[in-house]
Design a protein. Structure first.
Length: 81
């Protein structure tokens, strides 16, 4: 049986790693989670903006205001071929 984990545990685990941040309007931001505060304001690095499954823009550093965030998920590891 696995131990219970809180959302804070998850966020500590993915800090500095690739994540997907989904906004309330459906836009995805994919990049490295650099910082996060108690209001869910997010700082990301190497960020890509995805709309309707298509890459729209690439940014360096990005700040996302927390009230726009629907969820944060860890990016699945890519398989090497």
């Amino acid at each position: 049986m696995s131990a219970k984990r809180s959302p804070a545990d998850f966020l500590k685990q993915v800090s500095g790693r690739p994540v997907i941040v989904k906004l309330n309007d459906g836009t995805d931001y994919r990049g490295i989670l650099a910082k996060l505060d108690g209001y869910m304001n997010i700082v990301m690095e190497q960020t890509e903006e995805w709309v309707d499954g298509q890459l729209k823009h690439k940014y360096g550093d990005t700040f996302i205001r927390g009230n726009n965030v629907l969820y944060i998920s860890a990016q699945p590891k890519q398989r090497s071929v």
